[in-house]
Design a protein around this ligand. Structure first.
Ligand code: FES
Length: 188
């Protein structure tokens, strides 16, 4: 992933490489129907092109003999599939009820201020993107967020700052905290 949001035009043609085509053949042997392989192909496409656009949905549809609308429905349902470019460090912050009750908005507001986010959720320095998402399956330990493949639970603005500082300086990311004394409660 590049340091700045990747434009659609700069990503090259949406066609599978010979290596990807071979991988798809292998993937298809693991599923009872072509339709069942939509998610692995979405992952493969996201790895290759960083985010999923309509041309990629059409490509997957052609490959699996499905209408692009079906691929679009799957990609739209799961927030883990990016439908727009993001910067290098991508925070997905859960704002569903359990996390909302314990301070998700405070986390989002802190990210917005600290990173000077624009209206698309991209930071002024071109390094970060932030998206509010639905439940990420950590409802008992909110507020929580995913940063790329790392999960952070019982978040506080201080933990967010530690993560941002580590990313900016290239230092090791803080460990996710799970101790009971890290519970926080909403502030008015
Ligand atoms: S409500 Fe936030 S992880 Fe489920």
């Amino acid at each position: 992933m590049s340091h700045s949001a990747t434009s659609a035009a700069s990503r090259g043609p949406r066609e599978w490489s010979p290596e990807q085509a071979a991988e798809i053949e292998l993937i298809l042997t693991r599923y009872p129907t072509k339709k069942a392989a939509v998610m692995p192909l979405l992952w493969m496409a996201q790895d290759a092109w960083d985010w999923i656009d309509l041309d990629i949905m059409r490509l997957i549809g052609r490959t699996l003999e499905l209408p692009p609308s079906h691929v679009h429905a799957v990609a739209s349902f799961y927030t883990m599939f990016k439908k727009a470019p993001t910067n290098k460090y991508f925070f997905q912050v859960c704002h569903t009820l359990s996390c909302a009750l314990v301070g998700a908005e405070r986390i989002l507001a802190h990210l917005e201020k600290r990173l000077e986010l624009d209206e698309h959720g991209n930071s002024k320095d071109g390094l970060f993107s932030v998206l509010r998402v639905e439940c990420l399956a950590s409802c008992g330990s909110g507020p929580m967020a995913q940063m790329n493949e790392h999960f952070y639970e019982r978040l506080t603005p201080e933990i967010i700052d530690e993560v941002i500082d580590a990313l900016r300086s290239g230092k090791q990311l803080p460990e996710p905290r799970r101790e009971a004394d890290q519970w926080i409660f909403p502030v008015s």
